[in-house]
Design a protein around this ligand. Structure first.
Ligand code: FAD
Ligand code: NAG
Ligand code: NAG
Ligand code: NAG
Ligand code: NAG
Ligand code: NAG
Ligand code: NAG
Ligand code: NAG
Ligand code: NAG
Ligand code: NAG
Ligand code: NAG
Length: 503
């Protein structure tokens, strides 16, 4: 029955297909008809501004058109148009900070740039945030009221991808994933309907949106619980190359569950500059209870010699703004991958040692690269009553000894992309083998830092994956977001045995 419906639709649309030279052109024409002056074509300043605003060079693909909706209603109209032609492909772009090519932009199709859907408003005990906002807009709006929300630590990052993929915030060791503090998602479903997903209405969709990202619809608004906030202590500290082992040792101690400190947030990094052939160990740290700082970060802040010390006490909004400067000025190709483990006395050291030995060799093959190895803490697990999709058991405490790492490459020469992607895959294998050998590997892969070759949705576990697929089938029975939105981590793909069975 499905098959005959599909062939009927295909033949109906053949008529449209011949009227235009190709599918994406016809799609853009239809979008223009429905949304008028919100659709932009190549050569227009708004189109150019949208493409050049992607933070990483490799993301600047040129779609047939860029749609800049202003409201949930506009997004709904667009979805209806796109769904009508079963062949048109599109992309959804929030803050544009996912590093995987094709996840937030598309070559032969329409890109929905959500950045004009960005109103931020305090309404009772929540902050309503348009899904195209960036965190700096949110903090700028709410910080005069001495309140905050669970959001990004770097202002330029978008709320859309961040919250649907999880979101590690300043307060995550104490409170959990940022997505767990979304009280309500307003979302446009495949039908074009604008609905709410929250604890009492569509609870399975509510859970699925906390980790399932773009598989269910286009989120148009997040209602975020807010809470009072004072100053934070912290900032960026760079050390001399000789301090690298001390830094890894201090982070290893911090991740000893006996030392768990819910107010200690941030990460430690070693950076290799392939041009200068130098290492720079760095800590980006915060203590959310400023009056008791540095708390568990004491061992890190005591490390010498320092080459730069930005540690200070200031409002959250200032930290988020300052941290953006580095990203804004970088303008390179940037790619990353991630993996997760339980800290042991030796594991971070052996991972770091391996990376340090191998990275100069990678830089010989790919001159001019910069690479970082970063260690961060996982977040607390939410209350069983309002689960997310990550699959951690309710009685586990990943915030105490759980660590995810990132390997990042920055480079100017686009031809390095495939080679460095395979270097990322090799590093992940090597690191996973090291953690496996210590019995400390976690299957969890944090979606927001996962490379396209990784499988974060699968990493949530069979039972979570099954729930996500069931939710997709319920709210998107024709697989619109699986077939026509090719970017992002998908629940189904055409080589998957489930795919043909479901559709
Ligand atoms: C400099 C920097 C700092 C970072 N800091 C942190 C951090 O502190 N904590 C942390 O957890 N992560 C952090 N990240 C990772 C970040 O969470 C991801 O990069 C995330 O993808 C950013 O979201 P975005 O909206 O900017 O990205 P986008 O690339 O626009 O979106 C990512 C994905 O989500 C989809 N998407 C976006 N908006 C919507 C929507 N409204 N509805 C449905 N799908 C949508 C897109 O289609 C895309 O596939 C950081 C990344 C960078 C580059
Ligand atoms: C496109 O935008 C970039 C960055 O804003 C600008 O430097 C460039 O001149 C623009 N190009 C055109 C053709 O408008
Ligand atoms: C379709 O049109 C778009 C926009 O004009 C163009 O970029 C793309 O290459 C075309 N695709 C095909 C398959 O012809
Ligand atoms: C929407 O986007 C357009 C084009 O980039 C811009 O000129 C306009 O100011 C934006 N509107 C709002 C409300 O942000
Ligand atoms: C916010 O806190 C500052 C510093 O304590 C105080 O001066 C200001 O009045 C507070 N603002 C509000 C809206 O409470
Ligand atoms: C949950 O969704 C329902 C249905 O739209 C809505 O009436 C209710 O206000 C929402 N709850 C919250 C907390 O937003
Ligand atoms: C700080 O370092 C000391 C000495 O190595 C160690 O015993 C202690 O556990 C560390 N404390 C924290 C909070 O990491
Ligand atoms: C790497 O080193 C070169 C040469 O010293 C320098 O010009 C460049 O700014 C450095 N890059 C980064 C990202 O630190
Ligand atoms: C932000 O940067 C400015 C200029 O370098 C500095 O004076 C200020 O202390 C920084 N604030 C924070 C919170 O890092
Ligand atoms: C990791 O371990 C697997 C299985 O033991 C092995 O096949 C693989 O070669 C190892 N990979 C690396 C990069 O060491
Ligand atoms: C498709 O799904 C299968 C089964 O989940 C997976 O093994 C495979 O890697 C996926 N392929 C792509 C291209 O994503």
């Amino acid at each position: 029955m499905h098959l005959s419906t599909r062939s009927l639709l295909t033949s109906l649309f053949l008529g449209v297909a011949v009227a235009y030279s190709n599918v994406s052109e016809s799609t853009c024409e239809h979008l223009s008809k429905a949304l008028g002056d919100e659709v932009f074509y190549p050569e227009s300043p708004a189109y150019n501004a949208s493409i050049t605003s992607y933070p990483f060079i490799q993301l600047r693909l040129e779609p047939a058109c860029v749609l800049k909706p202003e409201s949930a209603e506009d997004v709904s109209k667009a979805v209806k148009v796109l769904r009508k032609s079963r062949k048109s492909k599109f992309a959804v772009r929030g803050g544009g900070h996912n590093a995987n090519v094709g996840y937030n932009n598309i070559i032969d199709g329409a890109t929905i740039d959500m950045r004009n859907v960005s109103k931020v408003e305090i309404v009772g005990d929540v902050v309503q945030v348009g899904a195209g906002a960036i965190w700096q807009q949110v903090y700028d709006e709410i910080s005069p009221h001495n309140i905050s929300v669970m959001g990004g630590r770097i202002g330029v990052v978008g709320v859309g991808g961040f919250l649907t993929g999880g979101g590690i915030s300043f307060f995550s060791p104490e409170l959990g994933w940022s997505c767990d503090y979304v009280q309500n998602f307003q979302i446009v479903l495949a039908t074009g309907e604008i609905v709410n997903a929250n604890a009492t209405s569509k609870p399975e969709l509510f859970a699925a949106l906390k980790g399932g990202q773009s598989n269910f619809g286009i989120v148009t608004r997040f209602d975020l619980k807010h809470f009072p906030v004072g100053n934070l202590w912290g900032g960026r500290v760079a050390f001399a190359p000789t301090a690298d082992n001390d830094l890894i040792e201090a982070f290893t101690n911090l991740k000893n569950p006996d030392n768990f400190d819910p107010y200690a947030a941030g990460w430690v990094t070693n950076r290799y500059n392939g041009t200068a052939k130098t290492f720079t160990p760095t800590a980006i740290i915060w203590y959310t209870k400023a009056e008791s700082a540095p708390g568990a970060w004491k061992n890190v802040s005591d490390i010498e010699p320092k080459v730069m010390n930005g540690l200070t006490t200031a409002p959250l909004v200032d930290f988020a703004r300052n941290a953006s400067m580095v990203v804004k000025t970088q303008q390179t190709n940037t790619i990353w991958a991630t993996t997760t483990f339980r800290m042991t006395p030796t594991l971070a050291h052996s991972i770091h040692k391996k990376w340090k030995a191998l990275i100069p060799k990678v830089a010989e093959t790919y001159p001019g690269i910069v690479s970082e190895l970063t260690f961060q803490s996982l977040a607390k697990v939410p209350d069983a009553a309002t689960p997310n999709s990550f699959g951690f058991s309710a009685d586990s405490h990943p915030e105490k000894d759980g660590v995810f790492l990132q390997i990042i490459f920055y480079f100017m020469d686009a031809s390095y992309l495939p080679g460095l992607e395979s270097a990322l895959a090799d590093f992940i294998n090597i690191f996973d083998n090291l953690s496996e050998a210590e019995g400390a590997k976690s299957k969890f892969v944090y979606l927001n830092f996962a490379a396209a070759f990784q499988e974060p949705l699968k990493s949530y576990g069979e039972s979570e994956l099954w729930k996500l697929r069931r939710t997709s089938k319920k709210y998107d029975p024709e697989g619109f977001f699986q077939r026509q939105l090719p970017g992002g981590f998908k629940l189904f793909n055409e080589t998957d045995e489930h795919y043909h069975h479901w559709w």
